[in-house]
Design a protein. Structure first.
Ligand SMILES: [Zn+2]
Ligand SMILES: [Zn+2]
Length: 287
């Protein structure tokens, strides 16, 4: 079996374990009192009671199937594993059983932001779990797109959703640039896309489906030194990425890779030089 076949089989096995009423009842009973690492274990008898089972043989058979994957035996009883709490959280975040129209705008909604190319009003769309901020008028601007769980719309206006999606993306991408996938904690690979005319970098997870293509400045703004010099020349980092000044990108060298990003603020220009993994090599400020 290739590693891909192996992980497909692992995914199939993990999902198929959930497809039984009694096993679901056991997991829901365990998740009911879940308090992270402080979760009180539930004893065998308690658990049987909680799901109203009398047949101990049948109960044991299903508990055994879950053991190790979704249920762990500890002193004093059973607790849910990290895998099942992560699945539980994913359902709460993405609300797969809810119709999209229940919570989220299906039509483009105007927001209080402007297109960086033509200055027309920006709009927010939500499709397949992705928030997109785009121009209401032109096609020049590719816009900003990032996954945002459906749950994030609850209690928020379209403006707040746009802002929170931008904050979430910046946080995630900052983490991914420095080697950790924000979703699965696996290692990441940075591809600086050095073809002529490319003005985006790609960061992908080596394990899961995480992949972003972004302008090279976005992943750097969570770097402490970069944030300090940008603030110093009057760049307001509270603004979402698409409202930040667009950097001028120049490839200084390919062997080793050195990319210079010049960012113009109100009171000066900052030149940030990064290598092929987007590690900051030097910062120059010109006031
Ligand atoms: Zn526009
Ligand atoms: Zn990942």
């Amino acid at each position: 079996m290739s590693p891909d076949d192996e992980s497909a089989a692992a995914v199939r096995d993990a999902f198929s374990l959930l497809g039984h009423e009694i096993r679901l009842e056991i997991l829901l009973a365990l998740l009911e009192d879940w308090h992270a690492v402080y979760t009180e274990p539930r004893s065998y008898a308690e658990l049987m009671d909680a799901i109203g089972m009398r047949d101990s043989g049948k109960f044991n058979y299903h508990l055994d199937k879950l053991r190790g994957v979704y249920v762990r035996e500890v002193e004093g009883g059973y607790v849910p594993t990290a895998a099942v709490t992560a699945l539980y959280r994913a359902v709460l975040a993405h609300r797969p059983a809810e119709r999209p129209a229940d919570q989220t705008p299906s039509d483009p909604t105007p927001i209080d932001s402007r297109c960086p190319r033509c200055d027309a009003g920006a709009v927010l769309r939500y499709e397949r779990g992705f928030v997109t901020v785009a121009c209401s008028a032109c096609e020049e601007w590719p816009g900003f797109t990032y996954p945002f769980p459906k749950n994030g719309f609850a209690g928020r206006s379209a403006d707040a959703v746009a802002r929170e999606t931008a904050r979430r993306a910046r946080f995630h991408v900052g983490l991914a640039r420095t080697g950790q996938c924000p979703f699965c904690a696996g290692t990441t690979t940075v591809d600086p896309c050095l073809e002529d005319g490319a003005d985006a970098v790609e960061i992908s997870c080596d394990t899961c489906t995480f992949l972003v293509g972004i302008d090279p400045l976005s992943p750097l703004v969570r770097d402490g030194r970069v944030a300090a010099v940008l603030a110093d020349i009057g760049v307001d980092l509270e603004r979402p990425d698409w409202e930040l000044p667009e950097p001028t990108v120049r490839i200084e060298s390919r062997e080793p890779v050195r990319i210079a990003l010049a960012v113009e603020g109100d009171t000066g220009t900052v030149t940030i030089v990064v290598d092929g993994s987007l590690t900051v090599r030097s910062i120059d400020v010109d006031r």
